[in-house]
Design a protein around this ligand. Structure first.
Ligand code: FES
Length: 135
């Protein structure tokens, strides 16, 4: 059985086809604060959203001054950059104080593995789609 997370699906349309890449085990990610991973030029910060019980994938390179978000901390549902403390919502990537968005990526959990769609970030103002296979 496949269950879809609480978040709405990413906007569809003429975007690129999903390109799912397996980066980690779900249990591994649950046990970590963050996990920095690479896929070619793409650098991602993965973490487990404990409150919503699903993974999250951010572009690891902060939109402000390019610090690694994987070195940040999660506080009150936001990922706080270690550089200058811009805080990005774990669902949308939105920083309300700066009115800017950190790119996020669609994620899914299948067979206990965390996969990220590396074809491109979700559109701004769209919650990243999360699909969790709980079978
Ligand atoms: S580098 Fe991230 S807030 Fe400045």
């Amino acid at each position: 059985m496949t269950a879809t997370g609480e978040q709405p699906a990413a906007a569809g349309g003429a975007g690129p086809s999903p390109d799912w890449v397996d980066f980690a085990g779900a249990d591994e990610l649950r046990g970590r604060r963050t996990l920095a991973v690479r896929h070619g030029e793409l650098q991602l910060c993965l973490l487990w959203h404990a409150e919503h019980d699903h993974p999250v994938a951010f572009d690891d390179v902060c939109i402000h001054k390019q610090r690694s978000l994987a070195k940040g901390v999660v506080l009150n549902g936001r990922l706080v950059c270690p550089g200058h403390q811009w805080a990005y919502d774990l669902v949308t990537g939105y920083c309300r104080e700066r009115d800017r968005h950190q790119p996020t990526y669609r994620v899914r959990v299948s067979d206990g593995r965390v996969l990220v769609d590396v074809s491109g970030p979700v559109p701004v103002d769209t919650a990243a789609e999360v699909t969790i296979d709980r079978s």
